[in-house]
Design a protein. Structure first.
Length: 212
């Protein structure tokens, strides 16, 4: 029953967000176009509810001459490919804003496990153990406020499982406000896989560090 209520909340919040944030969208679009050549949006195949694939939307943060199909952390110098506006978007997580549309059309939820890349087989497999692939993926979630990019795959999947087990309006409220705090503090963000060697190896194994 809560999943149905959750969907109604998603529609209301995403539609409200599109209307209220439209001026910010316009400013960011202009900034991206002035800063570098290429499309405004970046599309990437992700795994949604029941492991169905969809294209997640983000604002482009990297130059169009970035080597294709190469994880960010495997680039010789990731920083040289990230645009000036892109650095700001990544630091503030504003590059995620276009996913409001993914939420509005029902491909995602505001709160839920972050959608894995289609080839992030280890994370998908781990989530299967907890039923975390059987609920809507989210713009943010329980794992994001507990560590974001710093978490090993096993820990991330376990936290996603905790969210599934405790799925409720109160859990979503905690995730929502916890995310706001994490974004302000930039907790757990590892840019371009430049964190510890252990985290870098985990990203290389799973292939989920995205190229924007």
């Amino acid at each position: 029953m809560y999943l149905k209520i959750k969907r109604l909340i998603d529609i209301f919040l995403s539609l409200t967000g599109i209307i209220i944030l439209s001026p910010m969208f316009l400013i960011l679009i202009v900034g991206i176009k002035i800063d570098s050549k290429g499309p405004v949006l970046f599309k990437q195949k992700r795994v949604g509810i029941n492991k169905k694939h969809f294209n997640i939307l983000k604002f482009r943060t990297m130059r169009i001459d970035t080597p294709k199909d190469t994880p960010t952390h495997l680039l010789k110098d990731p920083e040289q490919y990230i645009t000036k506006v892109g650095k700001f978007l990544r630091k503030t997580s504003l590059d995620e804003l276009p996913q409001i549309w993914n939420i509005f059309v029902g491909q995602m939820s505001v709160i839920g496990p972050r959608p894995a890349l289609w080839n992030q087989y280890d994370l998908i497999s781990e989530r299967d153990k907890y039923g975390a692939n059987n609920i809507p993926t989210g713009l943010t979630g329980w794992a994001q406020i507990k560590g974001r990019d710093e978490l090993p795959i096993e820990v991330k999947a376990k936290l996603d499982g905790e969210y599934v087990e405790k799925l409720s309006l109160w859990m979503d409220i905690k995730c929502f406000f916890g995310t706001a705090i994490s974004v302000v503090k930039s907790d757990g963000v590892v840019e371009g896989g430049t964190g510890s060697e252990r985290r870098g190896e985990s990203r290389q194994k799973s292939g989920f560090q995205q190229r924007k």
